[in-house]
Design a protein. Structure first.
Length: 153
């Protein structure tokens, strides 16, 4: 399906394989999908300390599906069920990290991990903003406009 800026939209429904003209996910991309959702799982555990791990997994999957739908709507890359699986895995790992940290940090767990999650979230948002800025169709259009010779010179 064509997008507003000339690219194509794709939905990959079979995990971990190539499809719709997109190749298999690279290992760094897959690790990034896991790593970016670890702080989300920690935050969920801090917000709802008595909830079960599977509730964190369901919340992470719902957020990930929402992000993939937004990615499809904005025609940025491909929407991929692999990303949903890996993002959910990252959140569950974050939930597990919180459990381990609670054993070692005891009453200091919440303030220490809240700071760690804040820093990790800011870094993830900054990295996402940089990645989005590099692929933004408006930036590409502005470059094309700057490259055109002006009539008055």
């Amino acid at each position: 399906m064509p997008s507003l800026h000339g690219g194509t939209r794709a939905v990959k429904l079979v995990p971990f394989v190539a499809g719709d003209g997109y190749g298999v996910n690279s290992m760094p991309e897959m690790l990034a999908n896991v790593a970016l959702f670890v702080p989300f799982g920690v935050c969920l555990g801090l917000i709802a300390p008595h909830a079960r791990w599977w509730r964190a997994a369901a919340a992470a999957a719902a957020v990930s599906v929402g992000l993939e739908a937004l990615q499809f709507a904005l025609a940025v890359g491909s929407s991929d069920v692999t990303d949903v699986i890996l993002n959910t895995t990252g959140a569950v790992l974050g939930w597990a990290v919180l459990g381990v940290a609670r054993g070692g940090l005891r009453e200091r767990t919440a303030p220490v991990l809240a700071r760690v999650c804040t820093v990790a979230t800011v870094l993830a948002l900054a990295a996402g903003a940089v990645a989005l800025a590099r692929t933004c169709p408006l930036r590409t259009a502005a470059r094309r406009a700057d490259a055109r010779p002006s009539a008055g010179r």
